[in-house]
Design a protein around this ligand. Structure first.
Ligand code: KG4
Ligand code: ZN
Length: 347
């Protein structure tokens, strides 16, 4: 069976063709990062319009690269939610129209299920059950996963998502949008031990996260360091101080995630951990999680870097699993800007 996958929940147009025997046949991605950079964040209306411009050429390219004719497609999967409603509507309108025209089923995919299953695209895919840490720009959650659609949310962020905290702190440090990867790069030049950020909500039981305090702590630290217009500091000293702050911020986020993952594994008695979503691309997080799982004699799984951030491949994969289980979408179905992960049906 072969499926076309479409992702348009935020600021990336992702298209992929996936075959359940041959694997991923093609994968196209257009990032709108440059379009939104001037505004310091995603402008929903601009995002929707740009998806409209890019989606058809990308589908044509993905079909061509996969050497696939429409008659060889058995279903069309698209991100049905959660996400920006206008952006979701572009993918769902195109996806459902193509499914109707090609006379194949349409499948609505939950964006976070896409992230969660993305490591399944790798050669060393994890077996069920496992604990998943989903850390993206819009969500941070720990999920007990018994199988596809069998998700128990163990904890989630009560305010900013981990990626959002990275982006906001990066902005405070004068970095462009989206600042997460840029902050991580700056942190590589940072030295440990200069600043100590808090590890939010680790001093009490539970698996929820809170990251908005870290952004405030960063704002105060930057203000106290008096970096703008301070003639006593050389340019290099200003840069080094920023790098040290970036390091301490990243260390605090990673440490907090480690503490919560350790707790979740203990609570569930599981030995397998999956980390997915944009922040799972973070090098420090990957290294520290690897060390943790060595210590716990367990295993950790990630998607490859291309499938950590938003992409069509993860939607095609998740869509294929649901299509094979006989799940299809009515023509009247709507985009779901809000859609709790634990309401999905088990397959
Ligand atoms: O999963 P994703 O592409 O989009 C959402 O579903 O939100 O995640 C994007 C988020 C952004 O906040 C971005 O700054 C963050 O992932 N991110 C990173 C890194 N790469 C992407 N954060 C920290 N370190 C990175 N290397
Ligand atoms: Zn995402």
């Amino acid at each position: 069976m072969r499926i076309l996958g479409i992702e348009t929940s935020c600021d990336e147009t992702g298209i992929a063709v996936y075959d359940d025997e041959k694997g991923l046949l093609s994968h196209e991605l257009y990032s709108q990062v440059k379009l939104h950079a001037d505004y310091g964040g995603v402008v929903p209306e601009l995002a929707s319009r740009d998806h409209v411009r890019k989606i058809i050429p990308l589908i044509e390219k993905a079909m061509e690269d996969a050497n696939t004719k429409p008659t060889e497609i058995d279903g069309v999967a698209f991100t049905q939610g959660p996400g920006l409603v206008g952006a979701l509507l572009v993918g769902s309108s195109v996806g459902r129209s193509l499914a109707y025209a090609w006379n194949v089923p349409a499948v609505g995919v939950h964006h976070m299920e896409g992230h969660l299953l993305a490591p399944m695209l790798e050669d060393d895919a994890p077996a069920f059950p496992f604990v998943a840490l989903l850390v993206s720009g819009g969500h941070s959650m720990l999920v007990k996963v018994e199988g596809i659609g069998q998700y128990e949310v163990l904890g989630e962020s009560i305010d900013d998502a981990a990626g959002e905290a990275f982006d906001k702190t990066a902005k405070l440090l004068g970095l462009d949008y989206p600042g997460g990867p840029l902050l991580a790069k700056l942190a590589e030049k940072g030295e440990a031990g200069h600043y100590k950020f808090p590890r939010p909500m680790t001093d009490r039981p539970g698996l929820d996260f809170s990251f908005s305090g870290l952004k405030t702590f960063a704002a105060n630290t930057i203000r106290d360091a008096d970096l703008t217009g301070n003639t006593d500091l050389t340019e290099e000293q200003v840069e080094q101080t920023k790098a040290n702050i970036a390091y301490a911020f990243q260390e605090a986020v990673v440490d907090t995630l480690i503490i919560k993952c350790k707790r979740a594994l203990k609570q569930t008695g599981m030995k397998r951990l999956v980390i997915a979503g944009g922040v799972s691309a973070n090098t420090m997080l990957r290294a520290e999680m690897k060390a943790l799982m060595q210590e716990l004699k367990g295993e950790v799984f990630y998607p490859s870097l291309a499938y950590c951030t938003d992409n069509g491949a993860m939607i095609a994969y998740a869509g294929m699993q649901r299509l094979k289980a006989g799940e299809t979408l009515a023509l009247s179905s709507q985009a779901k800007p809000r859609w709790p992960l634990d309401t999905l049906t088990a397959i």
